[in-house]
Design a binder for this molecule. Structure first.
Ligand code: PMP
Length: 346
């Protein structure tokens, strides 16, 4: 691996970060806070939140088995994705390599940061090819993006192949595990300690049922995490979000129950969907959604919208011709979808 100094943009390496009032005084014993120009009234919202989210990270550390100093928390994983570009990719100079199709924000963040985005197509079974990714890379490639289970295809990427990429690439490999809690395969979190070039993204938005609070997780070597913390906005995760996350982290059983129910529903829905006259193929999935090839994705999408049922039309995406992406809902919601589609002609 190139050293972290070699991978980091020179201006970020040199950056002296902003030091907030809550960074400078971290103790718990004080009772008079006259340091941050806050209003003394309107408890608890008058106070700035913990800039490094210590309590949330402690609780998360216990649930995930990852040291707190290997955890970054942000305003959704989208914040972590953007910060990775800003920390490591010099605009108009560096590039990143990613599988295609995959989650759209990697490409959008690359464009916002004026970083070249190199796509490597999956094969027709949605498998990725390590050698193709390595061939696309050069000395200016700082990051590679994998997503497993992948959005929008739903499949998990081959673990041995991911490890081979981590061994062979000398930059950072970002593995987005937003949907890992729905997967039959294990997370790569267990490999963090021995792999300094691994960055794993997870989120409270999916299995944890908290898309509304905007809380994303990046796990990596403490030195990588320190760089993300150095460039984030000082109070990037607000007080309400930190409170709700702590509340949710006290109920991992509830989350597991949701996952169990959704996995059962996924099986039922996919089986029924495959039997619909308008369905040509349902692709295997490890996520809380699945991709299906249908007779007329644009027409079916529009007719579902008329009935107040919204799915994701992915038919313009690489390898997803005439495909809809269906999120697994409650059994009532899934029945409503099946009923509406049963009237679709072949
Ligand atoms: N990664 C993947 C693969 C996703 O599909 C999504 C959301 N659809 C995200 C990340 C974004 O997660 P967050 O809500 O934490 O920003």
């Amino acid at each position: 691996m190139r050293t972290l100094d070699e991978l980091t943009r020179p201006n970020i390496r040199r950056l002296k970060p902003y030091s907030s009032a809550r960074d400078e005084y971290k103790g718990k014993t004080a009772s008079v806070f006259l340091d941050a120009n806050e209003n003394p009234y309107n408890q608890p919202y008058n106070r700035y939140p913990d800039p490094l989210q210590g309590e949330v990270k402690q609780a998360l550390s216990a649930v995930k088995g990852v040291d707190p100093d290997s955890i970054f928390l942000g305003n959704g994983s989208d914040e972590a994705i953007d910060l990775l570009f800003r920390a490591f990719c010099e605009p108009a100079c560096d590039n990143v390599v990613a599988i295609d199709p995959t989650y759209g924000m990697y490409e959008v963040c690359a464009a916002i940061n004026n970083v070249e985005y190199r796509k490597v197509p999956l094969d027709d079974a949605f498998r990725f090819r390590v050698d193709d990714m390595l061939r696309k890379a050069d000395a200016q490639t700082k990051l590679m993006f994998l997503c497993s289970p992948n959005n929008p295809t739903g499949n998990s990427l081959d673990r041995a192949e991911m490890e081979r990429l981590l061994d062979a690439f000398d930059g950072l490999v970002v593995v987005d595990e937003a949907y890992i809690d729905f997967s039959s395969g294990p997370s790569l979190l267990g490999q963090l300690k021995e792999r300094p070039n691994l960055v794993i993204l997870q989120t409270f938005s999916k299995a944890w049922g908290c898309a509304g609070i905007r809380l994303g997780i990046a796990c990596a070597h403490p030195e990588v995490i320190a760089i993300l913390n150095k460039i984030k906005y000082p109070y990037n995760v607000n007080l309400l979000t930190q409170r709700e996350a702590l509340h949710m982290l006290q109920q991992p059983l509830q989350v597991q129950q949701w996952v169990d129910v959704l996995l059962k529903e996924r099986e039922r829905l996919m089986e029924a969907f495959a039997g619909l006259p308008c369905c040509l193929q349902v692709y295997p999935t490890d996520a809380n959604f699945f991709l299906a090839k249908v007779t007329d994705a644009n027409g079916i999408y529009a007719r579902l919208v008329e009935q107040g049922i919204i799915v994701r039309n992915r038919s313009h995406i690489t390898l997803c011709d005439n495909c809809l992406r269906i999120t697994v809902g409650t059994s009532e919601e899934n029945d409503a979808l099946l009923e509406a589609l049963s009237h679709e002609a072949v």
